[in-house]
Design a protein around this ligand. Structure first.
Ligand code: G2I
Length: 438
């Protein structure tokens, strides 16, 4: 009896001692999700800003620096300085980058605004190819096309110079992006696509369904989720997330901000994402209220002095009480039925060698190189409470414990890598369990 009590006590203590204390670390514990923020290059010299960025987030989206007017200010003259600075800042700290955005009706440079027809189509495709090639291997996801649908009840495409080049401009952009960076996940991103019954949401859903049916390369859908606090955070938001996910794409909340940052709405949005296995991350659109594109509405998680707001505590608590991503939970078996016999892995074996990478105070990088196969699957075990927060150059999935990951080749070479949060255990290192071909 006393032994049982002692065991129970120990479990409780160790659980509470492990609660993550930052948004990124906690999201990573929920099946390798991300919690990110929009970042402005001009603020990287503000130490109050970078202190929060580096502490809290494991993903960044350049707020303006990868837009068309920033990266190709004159036709065929590319300018990557500010975008490269953000990418370097993020990647050197183990944060993943979302590229935003390759093709958009807005923030086009003057030369593009005045183009039309075949010349514009070709210029757009060249832009997609050049920019995706420049960032190849550095950007985990691309918002390939942004905001291509009209608001309101029409369910139509938004009129724009790009749309007038032909209805297939979106799929052409996705194909060009895939060709330029086969390892990047390609997303469609939009706003006012949160309410499942809205015509715009349904229209985007039908496009993604059509792309999946016809083999147009699309991997993810971003819901910007700029909420005004009340009616436009709809009660069916979770249905929207799960419905897109059911099409076989990852779903991301890409630009979250909520007028006056009500804790309840932030908590509910977080729980909605955690409830959908393929909702793999949340990005807020700025760090402090003073960094927001709508700073007058104080919609973010940190106040202008960098202090944590009540909404921050609500989001962190929701993340910490969420269950690990159940995507890879084992199938339930009927009691009394013998377990299925294990199928041997397809193909033969290969060799996976570990190269230790940079070690920081709270996390470390690891890279793994596979030899003996070009298509492979490697199983890697992490020691709890360590958790993987960031991954690159492979297709990663987790078991229900969140400690065993299967990494499959995804066309980006034979070396994959990941960042592991130590969460109090600074000595354990990942173990390779198997390497199989095919
Ligand atoms: O409008 C909010 C977001 C909606 N979804 C797409 C996002 O890309 C968009 O972000 C905002 C940025 O947060 C703003 O920072 O996009 C705006 C432009 O469409 C950005 O505003 C621009 C101003 O228009 C420029 O005058 C300014 O030079 O920000 C620039 C840099 O501060």
């Amino acid at each position: 009896m006393s032994l049982l009590l002692a065991t129970g006590t120990a479990v409780v203590v160790s659980t509470s001692a492990q609660a993550a204390t930052t948004l990124g670390a906690s999201a990573a514990e929920r099946g390798g999700r991300f919690f990110g923020t929009a970042v402005a290059a001009g603020k990287l010299s503000d130490s109050a800003y970078t202190t929060i960025l580096n502490r809290e987030f494991n993903q960044v989206t350049p707020e303006n620096e990868m837009k068309i007017d920033a990266t190709e200010p004159n036709q065929n003259q590319f300018s990557y300085g500010n975008a490269d600075r953000i990418v370097q800042h993020a990647r050197s700290r183990g944060m993943q980058v979302r590229g935003h955005t390759l093709a958009w009706h807005s923030q086009q440079p003057g030369w593009m605004q005045s183009m039309s027809g075949t010349a514009l189509r070709n210029a757009m495709l060249n832009h997609v190819t050049q920019v995706a090639t420049h960032f190849r291997g550095q950007v985990t996801w691309w918002d390939v096309v942004n905001e291509a649908f009209a608001d309101g009840s029409s369910g139509a495409r938004r009129d724009s110079n790009l749309q007038r080049t032909g209805n297939d401009w979106i799929e052409a952009a996705f194909r060009a992006a895939r060709a330029a960076d086969p390892g990047a996940k390609l997303c469609y991103n939009d706003y006012n696509t949160d309410n499942w019954t809205d015509a715009k949401t349904q229209a985007v859903y039908r496009m993604v369904q059509d792309f999946k049916n016809r083999g147009v390369p699309i991997d993810c859908v971003g819901l910007q989720s700029h909420f005004t606090g009340g009616s436009n955070y709809p009660s069916n938001y979770r249905t929207t997330l799960s419905s897109f996910a059911a099409l076989g794409v990852d779903v991301h909340i890409t630009e979250l901000d909520i007028r006056n940052a009500p804790s309840d709405a932030y908590r509910n949005v977080t729980n909605d994402c955690l409830a959908v296995p393929r909702c793999t991350g949340i990005t807020v659109w700025g760090i402090r209220d003073s960094d927001s594109w709508r700073s007058g509405e104080s919609p973010l998680l940190f106040n202008s002095s960098g202090g944590k707001k009540a909404a921050y505590d609500a989001v962190l608590a929701a993340l910490n009480s969420g269950t690990p991503n159940p995507t890879t939970a084992p199938p339930t078996t009927t009691p009394g039925t013998p377990p299925p016999t294990t199928t041997p892995p397809p193909g033969g074996s290969c060799t996976a060698s570990v190269t230790p990478g940079t070690v920081w105070g709270d996390r470390y990088n690891t890279s793994v190189t596979v030899s003996g196969a070009s298509t492979w699957s490697v199983v890697v075990a992490i020691t709890s409470p360590q958790r993987v927060s960031t991954t690159w150059s492979g297709s990663f999935s987790w078991d229900s414990s969140g400690s065993v990951m299967t990494v499959r080749s995804n066309g980006s070479g034979n070396t994959f890598g990941f960042t592991t949060m130590m969460n109090g255990n600074s000595s354990a290192r990942p173990q390779i369990r198997s390497c199989s071909t095919g």
